[in-house]
Design a protein around this ligand. Structure first.
Ligand SMILES: Nc1ncnc2c1ncn2[C@@H]1O[C@H](COP(=O)(O)OP(=O)(O)O)[C@@H](O)[C@H]1O
Ligand SMILES: [Mg+2]
Length: 386
């Protein structure tokens, strides 16, 4: 009788380190930032504790093996790197089987035999925006039966859709600013009517207005509009990114952000940060965020009561959307001292200079520990209902 298939005694079992697939890039306009973030995560993961498999998703959605070379994943000459720059696997693709009994990642290439790349124990989707942070990838990972860092399908989708995010927050008693939604069917059926609704909204709340794609990120597609003359361009720009549009009244106040991280005993809030209004930019836009790396003030100069309040609200926002792992909750502190929630980000900017890691750094959790805690939180749960 062969002893090959008999279970090994614990002493004989090779102690395998958990294998983390760091997935970055993707089809969203935040592709480049995602690659930069993944570079920092790859650098920070404790290699004595975890094995790492870097996977990039190209801008047209192909999964590729990428080089485990964090130094090549940085912004150079004001240009963000792409998965296409880093892909190692030529024309081939990486497949995660949609079979909860099989966690083996497979490399396939036309004309050659598929090659097994070993099992993956947890996926760290370092992806922002559509097809990464919006629940679609999370759905794939649920089907595959592989645990993953961050929020599940519904929470990710809620966090990505500025309309439903506001509706969820409102229903949980969190204060949101005035907004108007123009759905694609409404725009197509009655554009004039949609424009009248926008005019009425402007009449009620005044200019400027913020015109936003409902499901984007990194300020992409957002325009601050000062009067009717800028409206057409702003609508066209927003609609280039999403057929569903949000119109928001401009909120006057300080921008305060707060990190939420899932610990063994539940979510906790970081010290908050303040994003000062940048001089060179009309508002906190893409350039201000990533290229000029506008420094946030950490901790935000708030009173003890204000700090406690924003921390409480940040955890409430995390719970309202049933988030997991991490969230950055963004607020406006209005002139009358009220915190109005702008949005949550279920996969916030995560480079070491990004606000989320900075807020945790100031709360006593350094970047590598943050990465470790997120992986551990993911490993503590399985996929499926929870
Ligand atoms: N209603 C608003 N009033 C004032 N400023 C706003 C408003 N909405 C957005 N902004 C500014 O634009 C930035 C980006 O908008 P946000 O809704 O956070 O989009 P994104 O998901 O792209 O980060 C905010 O950080 C803020 O500076
Ligand atoms: Mg934002």
């Amino acid at each position: 009788m062969s002893t090959e298939n008999l279970p090994q005694s614990p002493e004989q079992q090779p102690t395998r380190k958990p294998r983390v697939a760091v997935v970055c890039g993707g089809r969203s306009s935040e592709h480049g930032i995602s690659v930069v973030t993944a570079g920092a995560v790859l650098k920070a993961i404790d290699r004595t504790k975890y094995e790492v498999l870097p996977i990039g998703i190209t801008r047209d959605g192909r999964w590729a093996l990428t080089a485990d070379e964090p130094e090549r994943m940085a912004i150079t000459d004001r240009r963000t790197p792409t998965v296409e720059d880093l892909a190692e696997s030529g024309e081939g693709g990486v497949v995660l089987p949609v079979d909860p009994g099989n966690r083996e990642v497979v490399y396939t290439e036309p004309g050659s035999v598929p090659k097994a790349l070993g099992e993956v124990d947890v996926v760290f989707p370092v992806l922002h925006g559509p097809y990464g942070e919006d629940g679609t990838l999370q759905g794939l990972l649920e089907l595959s039966g592989v645990p993953y860092v961050g929020s599940g399908v519904l929470s990710s989708a809620v966090g990505q859709d500025k309309e439903y995010m506001k509706r969820v927050f409102e229903s949980f008693g969190l204060k949101v600013g005035p907004y108007l939604v123009i759905r694609p069917r409404e725009w197509e059926a009655d554009e004039a009517g949609a424009r009248r609704r926008i005019a009425d909204f402007a009449g009620e709340h005044g200019w400027p207005l913020f015109v936003k794609p409902a499901r984007a990120g990194s300020s992409i597609g957002i325009t601050k509009v000062d009067d009717f003359s800028g409206l057409d361009d702003a609508l066209a720009e927003a609609r280039r990114h999403d057929p569903k549009i949000l119109i928001e009244a401009a909120l006057r106040g300080r921008e305060i952000e707060c990190g939420v991280l899932e610990f063994e005993d539940g979510p906790r809030a970081s010290v908050p940060a303040e994003i000062p209004p940048p001089d060179a930019h009309a508002y906190y836009d893409f350039e201000a965020k990533y290229i000029d790396s506008t420094p946030g003030i950490v901790p935000a100069p708030l009173t003890e009561e204000e700090t406690a309040e924003v921390q409480r609200l940040a955890v409430e926002a995390f719970e309202a959307a049933s988030c997991e792992g991490l969230v950055r909750a963004d607020f406006f502190l209005t002139e009358d001292g009220e915190f109005v929630i702008n949005e949550i980000n279920t996969m916030p900017g995560f480079t070491p200079i990004s606000m989320y890691p900075q807020m945790w750094q100031a709360s006593g959790i350094a970047y590598p520990e943050l990465v470790d805690r997120l992986i551990q939180a993911a490993l503590r749960r399985s996929t499926g209902l929870r």
